[in-house]
Design a protein around this ligand. Structure first.
Ligand code: PXG
Length: 447
């Protein structure tokens, strides 16, 4: 074990790094090689020692309106001066109702109800519980299974890792939710390398759902959950027609379809939601990240009217859904959410993201032929460059590229040997050129 040295940290003007157990981080490496961000504005962040970085990943795919957006910051300041907290159960406060209306207005037709939580992981576990309870209330209590997908990421709750399909996130934790199964993933660069937008090959992979349904008996399946575009596993686009086929199969068997749009939502795909742009509406949708443009933690589940009404048969006075969190719909988060949705609309950020899509696409695909590159893919303001791994050292090459980009003033994100780009929706042509040129240089220098 390597411990951080508080003396060295103090000399570098940093706090003691040892006591904080960092999430999804190589703690020992970080504490010997800290990378700290202490300020941010728009598309830029600054390190504790004053170095400016162009943020190519909008925080962690969340600060869609850019960092410290003045209107969102002001809304949060105004809120904390007025109401810090209101009890969330059996009592309300106005901002969260305002947000529910704004959010359901933005949502695809049919998703008319919003339930608020504090993160994407909570949104996923909430949606899974809604699905189970909905079926039980309809007298179909045998529907207890969930179908996720290989390479899916649905956060880190027990439900989320059970339906998720990223093995390192599961294998340390033993028994998970019983009765889950997984669709095959759709990542096939042998067919789809260098696709621009949604790949042409692979809609038939959705038909595997029919086999899984037949295997388990449809009457035992509560819901199918997928990310329209898988983010964490490396920006994997659904083949053209794939989501529509999933929707048809779910409808045929009375199975609910959940889209996890924690990453895809709020303009990332050049529209409000992937469901809207791809023309497929789920029964439940999970959201977080861009909901407040990352300024305050918040997640949400959008539900169809049928699902909401399924709960409302309970006698008046009874709690219809015994679920919620102390901080569900927290006033600061609700204020940030209202301001973020206003900013997205009034600044036309979803339209801007759509307009920037071809710019990112052309810039990224121009990296074809650079060292180690084996695939490039893009959709909306989501892009990925997949690298040939170093033999025997998976992930090392992409981490090397990440560090080179960081040192050259650009933040990218890596997963496996894939470099992901998800800039704030406010980026312009010059920002995109800087990000991609920096990445090109890093690829040329990488091991
Ligand atoms: N669903 C999806 C699709 C996600 O991408 C979650 C749920 C969980 O959200 P919370 O708020 O509980 O973290 C996520 C989160 C990355 C990365 O760079 C991705 C996420 C979080 C942090 C890093 O791959 N996605």
């Amino acid at each position: 074990m390597t411990e951080a040295n508080p003396m060295q940290a103090a000399e570098a003007g940093l706090p003691n790094l040892e006591p904080f157990w960092m999430p999804f981080t190589a703690n020992q490496y970080f504490k010997r090689n800290p990378r700290m961000i202490s300020r941010a504005e728009g598309v830029y962040c600054w390190t504790h020692d004053g170095k400016r970085l162009l943020d190519g990943v909008a925080g962690l795919w969340c600060c869609n309106a850019g960092h410290c957006h003045p209107r969102i910051v002001q809304a949060v300041k105004d809120q904390i001066d007025t109401l810090d907290y209101a009890l969330a159960f059996q009592v309300g406060h106005p901002k969260v109702f305002e947000l529910a209306e704004k959010l359901t207005d933005l949502a695809p037709d049919g998703l008319d109800y919003a339930f608020f939580v504090n993160s994407g992981s909570e949104a996923v576990d909430t949606a899974l519980k809604m699905a189970l309870a909905y079926h039980r209330l309809r007298g179909e209590g045998a529907r207890t299974r969930f179908i996720g997908r290989e390479k899916g990421y649905h956060g880190v709750g027990f439900g989320g890792i059970s339906v998720g399909g990223i093995s390192p996130n599961r294998k340390l934790f033993g028994a998970l939710l019983p009765g889950t199964d997984h669709l095959p993933h759709t990542h096939h660069i042998e067919h789809n390398a260098y696709s621009r937008g949604l790949p042409e090959w692979g809609a038939h992979l959705a038909d595997e759902l029919e086999n899984i349904v037949a295997l388990h008996d449809p009457s035992t399946i509560a819901a199918v959950i997928v990310e329209p575009i898988a983010g964490s596993a490396g920006v994997l686009m659904p083949p053209q027609g794939y989501l529509k086929r999933l929707r048809e199969i779910c409808d045929r068997h009375g199975i609910l379809l959940i889209f996890d749009e924690v990453i895809c939502g709020f303009g990332r795909v050049g529209a409000a939601f992937a469901a809207e742009r791809m023309g497929v509406t789920p029964d439940l949708m999970t959201l977080a990240k861009g909901l407040t443009s990352g300024h305050v933690p918040m997640g949400a589940v959008l539900a169809s009217k049928a699902i909401y009404q399924g709960f409302m048969g309970a006698p008046e006075g009874a709690i219809e859904f015994p679920h919620g969190y102390t901080y569900s719909g927290h006033p600061l988060a609700a204020a940030a959410g209202c301001a973020a949705l206003d900013v997205y609309r009034e600044e036309g950020l979803f339209e801007h993201a759509h307009a920037m899509e071809p710019v990112l696409e052309d810039a990224l695909h121009d990296l074809r032929g650079e060292p180690h590159v084996i695939d490039i893919r893009n959709y909306g303001l989501l892009g990925a460059v997949e690298l040939e791994p170093i033999e025997g050292k998976p992930t090392a090459r992409a981490m090397d590229v990440f560090r080179r980009c960081f040192d050259a003033g650009v933040i990218v994100r890596t997963t496996g040997d894939i470099v992901a780009l998800t800039p704030p929706l406010t980026v312009n042509e010059d920002h995109i050129a800087t990000i991609v040129d920096t990445l090109r240089e890093a690829l040329r220098q990488a091991d």
